[in-house]
Ligand binder design. Sequence first.
Ligand code: AMP
Length: 282
Amino acid sequence: MHIFKEIKPLRDYLAGIRKAPGRLGLVPTMGALHAGHISLVKACQWENDHTLCTIFVNPIQFNNQVDLENYPVSLDEDLSLLKRINCEALFCPSAFEMYPSDPHISFGFNHLDETLEGQSRPGHFSGVALVVSKLFHITEPDAAYFGQKDYQQYCVIRQLSQDLNFPVELRCMPIVREPDGLAMSSRNRRLSPEEREKAPIFYQLLSEAKRAIREGTPWSEVKSDVKASIERVPGASLEYFEAADARSLRVLDAIHDSGNVLLLTAGYVGRVRLIDNLFLAD
Ligand code: AMP
């Protein structure tokens, strides 16, 4: 695997690749890789001639310094995982390489970055949009791979790409889960064994809500049942549990048609913040 820590040699390498016809796919990550990330790399390899994975814990997308300091880092294990699946190239820059000085630019996406995650993570999506813009400019990929796990992030990046005319095909890949339903996440590593046992609660609530909605239970009733259920789990708390239009991310007061509706939730188990979502129609 070709490993680049600096932009210049990466650009030279990519210029070499482009001398022959072929598609380049990009898989941006923050490392502490798990099977969810690996599924993106594999999809990228399948659909492109060249695959570049990036590992960069983007400081400016953390609205909480403690969260940044606690973010898991496991570069050696990440390298082994990527080598094992024959990932062609990895870009893992330092914070200084990406931000030699504090950036002045910021992004706003109106409703898209203000709703749901935006309520408790101010500035988060601006930081995401900036780092993704940088990665798109540096690498000029034909396609880029993101996970449905961070569905709102995907929506923001889709808007970013549209507004800035990035000629990048965006792919949103399904959520990879543990056998008990917990969505894989780098943050799961920070759960204690007892917390890990409780963590599938969010997936259980989503699945239970989906079943109830399909059986015709009114959304308001479903929501109050969800709140009651989480209160019965000590150490777990809910930040939001919403149904939204999957295109606009407008939160719904009532569900008349499950066609393009997504259930999204965020909450805590202990000190670990978890997010998850489910399409009603799947
Ligand atoms: P992260 O390293 O958490 O920034 O994630 C990098 C990419 O992997 C993002 O596009 C995530 O949505 C995606 N991802 C994270 N967890 C999963 C998962 N369980 N299944 C599929 N994709 C995921």
